[in-house]
Write a protein that binds this ligand. Structure first.
Ligand code: C2E
Ligand code: CA
Ligand code: CA
Ligand code: CA
Length: 275
């Protein structure tokens, strides 16, 4: 009935129209949130499989929405990517994570996710350099996580950027390995320090012969190429034991801790170290 008065819109699918409006509303809300400082970083420990000592923490963004509460990244990162908002958002994440890392006892590493749009943006390397200068974080303590999608972009440009980042002294990890367009040649072509084995393989460890074989093969290959491996999504002692037997160096998952607010981290580092 409402469409009658707005003849121009009559032939549009009503759901399509609603979806576009929702998208635009979310985009406006995201811009506002960035200006208002509504984003927060949570951190999840990465532990050494052999000792269970914390070797690093991964920064994971959350949106503290005034009405909707704590919003997970999957609900807003895709739109932030599409609209380019990920660039200023990512700059904030990096600056915040570096500042937090300097404040922790025992100087663990901090891992920060870089999205493909951020990676392709101009000025990424200078932005990272700036965050390191401002925070005075030891570059060797910063690890940047990129996904395979980045490798699909212009290979020469990607390689150049990765080498410039490495020249700053930071470490590079390939995230979500084994999902999407994984190609073993990426491991040889690009200068990764670490490969993060996706949760979908970890979860079946000890139960599925295929997952066992895949994790073993990736771990061996990475060791031969002088890269370390971190298994993501470790939830059980059984999975941890399987990783130990396969020579996987690091693990991350609910077995050790869920991602926690920055304010909890100093205490958590203390507690996990004493266990
Ligand atoms: P990711 O980088 O693969 O991060 C790991 C995700 O797995 C996190 O979800 C984490 O909470 C979850 N996780 C960790 N351990 C377990 C476990 O044992 N079991 C299960 N089921 N899940 C586990 P989260 O925090 O919701 O983040 C989702 C994705 O959002 C991240 O995946 C990453 O791709 C993206 N993201 C998060 N923060 C940022 C950021 O600051 N910048 C960018 N560009 N992307 C981010
Ligand atoms: Ca990650
Ligand atoms: Ca991951
Ligand atoms: Ca992921």
């Amino acid at each position: 009935a409402k469409a009658e008065g707005r003849g121009r819109w009559r032939f549009f699918e009503p759901e399509m129209d609603a979806r576009m409006q929702l998208r635009r509303a979310l985009e406006t809300d995201l811009r506002r949130a960035l200006a208002m400082g509504e984003f927060e970083l949570f951190y999840q420990p990465i532990v050494a499989v052999a000792s269970r000592q914390v070797s690093g923490l991964e920064a994971l963004i959350r949106w503290r929405h005034p009405e909707r509460g704590l919003v997970p990244p999957d609900a807003f990162i895709p739109l932030a990517e599409e609209t380019g908002l990920i660039v200023p958002m990512g700059e904030w994440v990096l600056a915040r994570a570096c500042a937090d890392a300097v404040s922790w006892p025992g100087s663990p590493k901090v891992a920060v996710n870089l999205s493909p749009a951020q990676f392709a943006s101009r000025g990424l390397v200078e932005m990272v350099a700036q965050a390191l200068r401002n925070s005075k974080l030891d570059p060797a303590k910063l690890e940047l996580e990129i996904t395979e999608t980045v490798m699909l972009q212009d290979t020469e440009a990607t390689l150049t950027t990765l080498h410039r980042l490495k020249a700053l002294g930071v470490r590079i990890a390939m995230d979500d390995f084994g999902t999407g367009y994984s190609s073993l040649s990426y491991l040889q072509k690009f200068p990764f320090d670490k490969v993060k084995i996706d949760r979908s393989f970890t979860q079946e460890l000890g139960r599925s012969p295929q997952s066992n074989a895949i994790v073993r093969a990736v771990t061996d290959l990475c060791a031969a190429l002088d890269m370390t491996t971190t298994a993501e999504g470790v939830e059980t002692e059984e999975q941890l034991e399987a990783l130990r037997r396969k020579g996987c160096r690091e693990a991350q998952g609910y077995l050790f801790s869920k991602p926690r607010p920055a304010a909890d981290i100093a205490g958590l580092l203390d507690k996990l170290d004493r266990e």
